[in-house]
Design a protein around this ligand. Structure first.
Ligand SMILES: *Cc1c(COP(=O)(O)O)cnc(C)c1O
Length: 387
């Protein structure tokens, strides 16, 4: 609504708002820039107390121009839950779970796809397509159905049954592919022009980041404008990591927070850890991870187009990148479930063994406020839990 322009994340080249975009001319993600001075005339920390309990409370820093194009199912404004038992076991006084499983379709993908589909509607798109190994597909199917837009989904054949079934029941056209999400992406790229599909792949359109950035706004608000010290974030394509970092920057420019930033920690699966490997090797780019495999379908992203942005965030925040095995994730899901009453997706539970490793390395202080993101609902991964 206050969008001033879009900007290439690599070259800084600017693009006018209110047009359909995928990548920049340099083949990199586009970032949405706002007139924050204008936004902050009506959007203030105080006024938020009166706002709707969804991510639309941050209306002025979201890109949809006309309210009638907003496609909403109640996404965002998820609870920040103190994890007292696990915190105590780990010797931490402030451990919190940001529980994203309460979003529509049971995962935080709803935030990004809500904005992407709303903008697609605003810009006149009739058909959307996505390669997805799981929750992005379900979220796109839901928002496309609600918008009256035709949805085409390309999924690896071994994606969780819940994701496959939810897409079909929400009226999407689902094609199963023998391969990885990168193979699904290639299929969308090959057919989209002939079919008239708009590609909603992670970071290949500018607005999923805008939806996911609201996690950063919410954390600031829920911590009373004093950001936590450490954030552990299960990372696939990296939209959430990039989005939260962008939100912190926007809030600082509006005078809501200071310069202090949390240490950002990427958590990946040992079977697919391109960002961890690139971080450890000191690289600025993350080459494709060979033979990617993990039950955490959201982390099965062997090559991320926003790799250079993520690596920069991890380093400039003083954070890091940690890999955990599937066995560790599954064991941690039961641990968190039994101690805190939250049945985490394996992606979310991966944060607990990662946190243990950080503590063992002496990188967490006992009084740090630590947030782990439960990005999805365990109930959507019954195969991983032994069905
Ligand atoms: C997609 C997904 C992730 C990874 O999110 P990105 O923002 O793409 O890095 C993590 N957890 C779950 C449950 C997901 O569906």
């Amino acid at each position: 609504m206050n969008v001033s322009h879009l900007e290439c994340s690599l070259t800084g080249k600017t693009y006018p708002p209110n047009e359909l975009y995928n990548l920049s001319e340099a083949g990199k993600p586009l970032l949405v820039r706002y007139d924050l001075e204008n936004a902050s005339r009506t959007l203030t920390r105080e006024v938020l107390r009166t706002r709707v309990a969804s991510l639309w409370r941050y209306r002025e820093v979201l890109p949809v121009v006309h309210d009638e194009n907003i496609v909403t199912l109640g996404e965002g404004w998820t609870p920040l839950i103190p994890a007292r038992r696990i915190g105590q076991q780990l010797g931490l006084s402030g451990l919190f779970i940001k529980d994203e499983s309460l979003n529509p379709t049971g995962a935080f993908k709803a935030r990004g796809l809500c904005l992407a589909v709303s903008m697609a509607k605003e810009l006149g798109v009739k058909k959307v397509a996505i390669p997805s190994a799981g929750n992005a597909a379900g979220a796109m199917a839901a928002y496309a159905a609600r918008a009256g837009i035709e949805a085409h989904i390309f999924m690896p054949r071994d994606s969780p049954a819940a994701n496959r079934i939810e897409c079909i029941e929400m009226g999407a056209h689902v094609t199963l592919i023998d391969g990885l999400i990168t193979d699904c992406g290639a299929e969308v790229a090959r057919r989209k022009d002939a079919e008239g599909w708009f590609d909603l792949s992670t970071l290949k359109e500018p607005y999923r980041i805008e939806g996911k950035k609201t996690m950063g706004y919410e954390l600031a608000e829920q911590f009373d404008w004093d950001l936590p010290d450490v954030i552990l974030y299960p990372t696939g394509g990296g939209t959430g990591l990039i989005g939260m970092w962008k939100a912190f920057d926007e809030m600082e420019r509006m005078g809501w927070i200071g310069k202090q930033r949390p240490k950002m920690i990427t958590v990946q699966a040992a079977g697919c850890a391109p960002i961890v490997r690139a971080f450890d090797e000191g690289r600025n780019e993350a080459p494709e991870f060979e033979n990617a495999h993990t039950v955490a379908s959201g982390l099965r992203v062997p090559r991320a187009i926003g790799d250079f942005i993520m690596l920069d965030i991890l380093r400039s925040s003083g954070g890091g990148a940690i890999a955990v095995t599937d066995e560790e994730m599954i064991a941690a899901a039961r641990e968190i479930g039994a101690a805190e009453g939250i049945f985490c997706a394996p992606e979310g539970s991966a944060c607990l063994p990662a946190l243990r490793k950080l503590i063992a390395q002496g990188r967490i202080n006992a009084d740090d406020r630590v947030v782990i993101f439960n990005t999805g609902a365990g109930i959507k991964y019954l195969e991983a839990f032994g069905l």
